[in-house]
Design a protein around this ligand. Structure first.
Ligand code: PNS
Length: 166
């Protein structure tokens, strides 16, 4: 059974991530979406919220069955080993992503040569899209419906409402 890991912060999941999830699922028997629990990065959403949003998005937008969403901390390569994955999936939006991604892929391959990284070039319509842009737009009350799956839009706005009311 070929198992792939699609790791990321997913803070929050975007339509670009969903596109990669759907395309990568076709390559492997099981796709594990690894949600990085990294408080140093100061995510807007907790790891539990991000896992829940991804599960909701997959449930409401796809009929994928062999996808699991799991939060992880520490080294990605350790998580890949735990999950018995032989493939790490990452998306490349632009040449600016490449240098960073190449370095991480090569480091991970040095740490475990049985795990290979496969890059998906992001679909053109999402090549500009990032979770950071979504957060910036939402923080000012802007329209994010072209950027994130519909079923999580309200949750993103609610998060900013709850922050403002503290
Ligand atoms: O969505 P992101 O924030 O670009 O995802 C980055 C991620 C989670 C892939 C990367 O930060 C990661 O793998 N972190 C775990 C620590 C690790 O294994 N680093 C690679 C060795 S340099």
């Amino acid at each position: 059974m070929k198992i792939g890991i699609y790791p990321g912060s997913f803070d929050p999941i975007t339509l670009g991530h969903l596109d990669i999830i759907i395309r990568a699922s076709g390559l492997v028997d099981k796709l594990v979406i690894g949600v990085l629990r990294n408080n140093a990065k100061k995510p807007l959403f907790t790891a539990e919220e991000r896992v829940e949003y991804i599960e909701r998005v997959i449930r409401e937008n796809t009929n994928l069955k062999s996808v699991e969403v799991i939060a992880f901390e520490g080294l990605l390569i350790e998580f890949a080993r735990q999950q018995k994955a032989s493939i790490i999936v990452r998306g490349l939006r632009a040449i600016t992503d490449f240098e960073y991604e190449l370095q991480i892929a090569q480091t991970n391959h040095k740490l475990d040569s049985k795990v290979d990284t496969i890059f998906f070039t992001t679909s053109v319509e999402y090549s500009y899209l990032s979770s950071s842009a979504v957060k910036e737009i939402a923080s000012f009350g802007g329209d994010i419906q072209q950027f994130v799956p519909e079923c999580i839009i309200q949750s993103v706005y609610d998060k900013y409402k709850s922050i403002r009311s503290v």
